[in-house]
Design a protein. Structure first.
Lengths: 175, 511
């Protein structure tokens, strides 16, 4: 088992056995409308996409997608995350940043599938989007023509930005 | 969103949950009553998990329960410590009173990932204290209200809550329904709230997809494919028309593309753009009638239309629309010459839905539209077309009563696609439009009354279509058939037809 972090811009990578992990400082997604929805006891699905590129904005070498379901335990006041797919994995009693980290830890690519030598530079794009937050999550009825409704409307562009985010970083090299 | 587990695994999960919820212990065995506070604990068990997976300190604290007095609070703290040490599980604790007055303690532990409900929402571990509806509660059927209340007293079943949310959407068409959960009045209890949002003030034009058969006129087909985007605020529709002879005097085929937005800055304002191109063919009856008529614009082989409109909603019921309709009609006999039929379009429409007790629903709709083709728009054909329509529907249980009225009036030289016609699958059912007015007419009156019971309907249609220089003749038809909102199978009989024509059979789907 080898663990070798390489820092480049906002992302850090490490390999554990044949798995390429990514860590992203400041890549928060439990905020804005997602946080609002979770605090209301609703669950939120978040789909992640990790893409390995051979150049910045260049051809895709490998891509993997993984979905997670988040919920907020109203009485414990901690977050729970479940990885969608097989095998299922779940965890609870997490603080927000720990829940985000757990999602990224469960987002891996097999190093062997990249076909890179140690000297080959590559770039990584990490993205997420929240597919199923409808307008009802961010827009309460009866507030459309109130001061709060106006503020909500003016901030909607920001909220929509919170529902999808992408960060590119590189170059990386395998340790 | 919930994942489906294989049946065998689901059964195991159900069994596991049954254990963890302690329901069989509580319900099936009345002798195993809850242990009272202070009873001496003589047995501690752990179900669904190995005690040795826990830290030595926690193991020791659990083992030391034997001989100690039963304390619900202390046991809950230990269950919480199990969850903190093993965050992939949920733990609950149950104390059972033994015949000798001592207490048996069981820690019930299950993996979150083994249960779809918990994996979907961790709050599924809690008992529902109340179910509330924020919105028009009176518009929900009694059956659904009862089913909503069945969630109370049980652990939250997210799949069942999802089904109930879907039923609310079905009962309240056009309204958004959301669900939220909040803490209840006691630890471990939750409150489920279904939120019902108002119907959008501006609605999309319903798709016109249909496959219709009329025994005198043949088949008509339309396929509209709507693609909704951005939280249902915008919609793009691509449509294909196959020999539609049901709508107009002409038989037309072609395509249309439409883009609609029902929220432009505000929900009061929307817009629609439609582009269409159709190829026309004409019945012999129409061509013969045109040859002996004067003042009716010529036949065309192609109809190209661009129609941008904007809509303003005064409230959720009343809307005002305005725009232009620009049509180029390529001459049938003198191609490639063409005529323009460019009209201002102005319309106002209103509708209202009442829902009362005993599952009574009443819906009323009314609209008026003016299409005015004048010189200012560069129109070769100058005319004004007025159309007023009203419809009322009453539903109670399996019974439906429908009444509708349409009035039309044209001045000037309107092209054939603007002229009124009656005698198709929706008007004067039992008549053939080419027997009544093969060129359509400038004046129109039509009314329908229909009653349905268990989707078997009977109707009585009355109507007349005529020109400004001719007399109107009122025609009647009646019939019966299977009528649902999307499907119909109808036999229509003309009542005052001097010709010896039989009934007309109609069938089709609209979706």
């Amino acid at each position: 088992m080898a663990t070798a972090p390489l820092v480049a811009q906002a992302l850090t990578i490490r390999t554990v056995a044949d798995a390429l992990h990514v860590q992203a400082r400041g890549f928060s997604f439990i905020e804005g409308p997602v946080l609002t929805r979770l605090r209301e006891g609703r669950s939120v699905r978040i789909d992640f996409e990790m893409t390995v590129l051979s150049k910045p904005e260049g051809p895709v070498v490998k891509q993997m997608m993984q979905g997670f379901t988040l919920s907020f335990d109203l009485w414990e006041e901690r977050y729970a995350v479940s990885r969608i797919g097989s095998p299922p994995r779940s965890i609870s009693h997490l603080r927000p940043r720990d829940a985000e980290t757990w999602c990224l830890e469960n987002l891996t690519l097999p190093v062997s599938s990249l076909g890179f030598s140690r000297d080959t530079p590559f770039w990584i794009r990490l993205a997420y989007h929240v597919p199923d937050i409808g307008p009802e999550a961010s827009e309460a009825p009866g507030e459309r023509y109130t001061l709060r409704g106006l503020i909500d409307r003016l901030s909607r562009r920001r909220e929509e930005a919170d529902l999808a985010k992408s960060v590119d970083a590189g170059p990386f090299r395998l340790p | 969103m919930a994942r489906r587990l294989p049946r065998r695994r689901r059964m195991r999960t159900l069994a596991l949950l049954f254990v963890i919820l302690g329901l069989p212990l509580a319900a099936a065995n009345a002798q195993e009553a809850d242990a009272p506070e202070g009873a001496i604990i003589d047995v501690v068990e752990m179900s669904g998990f190995s005690l040795y997976s826990l830290s030595p300190g926690l193991q020791k604290d659990i083992n030391s329960l034997v001989g100690a007095p039963f304390s619900r609070e202390g046991l809950n703290q230990l269950a919480s410590r199990i969850e903190q040490e093993q965050p992939d599980v949920v733990a609950a604790v149950r104390g059972v009173s033994r015949p000798d007055g001592k207490a048996r303690v069981i820690f019930l532990v299950a993996r979150i990932s083994d249960d779809t409900n918990l994996a979907e929402n961790i709050n599924a571990r809690y008992i529902v204290e109340t179910v509330d509806v924020e919105g028009p509660y009176n518009e929900i059927s009694q059956q659904l209200r009862d089913d909503l209340q069945k969630l109370v007293g049980r652990r939250l079943d997210t799949e069942e809550a999802e089904r109930l949310q879907e039923r609310l959407r079905t009962e309240l068409p056009g309204r958004a329904v959301a669900r939220r959960i909040s803490k209840g009045s006691q630890t471990g209890r939750i409150r489920v709230v279904f939120e019902i949002f108002e119907e959008p003030w501006i609605r999309f034009v319903p798709p016109k997809s249909k496959l219709v058969y009329h025994s005198q006129q043949g088949w008509s087909g339309v396929l509209d494919i709507p693609i909704t985007a951005s939280h249902s605020r915008h919609r793009f529709t691509a449509g294909v028309v196959f020999n539609d002879i049901d709508d107009l005097i002409e038989e037309y085929s072609g395509f249309r593309l439409a883009f609609e937005s029902r929220v432009i800055g505000t929900e009061r304002f929307g817009a629609r753009l439609e582009f269409s191109r159709y190829n026309e063919s004409w019945e012999d009856a129409t061509q013969t009638a045109l040859a002996s008529s004067s003042g009716i614009p010529e036949l065309y082989r192609n109809r190209l239309t661009f129609e941008p409109t904007a809509t303003f909603a005064f409230n959720s019921s009343v809307r005002l629309s305005g725009g232009v309709s620009l049509s180029e009609l390529e001459s049938l006999s003198n191609s490639p010459n063409s005529q323009m039929a460019n009209a201002w379009v102005l319309g106002i429409s209103g509708d209202h839905l009442w829902k009362g007790s005993n599952e009574v629903r009443q819906r009323a709709e009314a609209s008026y539209q003016l299409r005015a083709a004048i010189d200012g728009l560069g129109s070769d054909l100058v005319y004004k077309r007025h159309l007023g329509q009203a419809r009322y529907q009453f539903d109670q249980g399996r019974s439906t009563a429908i009444a509708s009225l349409s009035l039309g009036y044209i001045t000037g030289d309107a092209p054939l696609f603007e002229r009124f016609s009656l005698g198709n699958s929706t008007t004067l059912r039992g008549w053939d439009k080419y027997d009544i007015a093969p060129l359509g007419g400038e004046r129109m009156f039509h009314s329908t009354v229909e009653y349905r019971f268990y989707n078997v309907g009977m109707f009585f249609d009355t109507g007349s279509v005529w020109d400004r220089n001719s007399d109107s003749k009122l025609r009647y038809s009646t019939g019966f058939g299977v009528h649902t909102d999307n499907f119909f199978l109808t036999l229509g009989f003309p009542l005052n037809n001097n010709h010896d024509s039989g009934p007309i059979f109609m069938a089709g789907v609209r979706f």
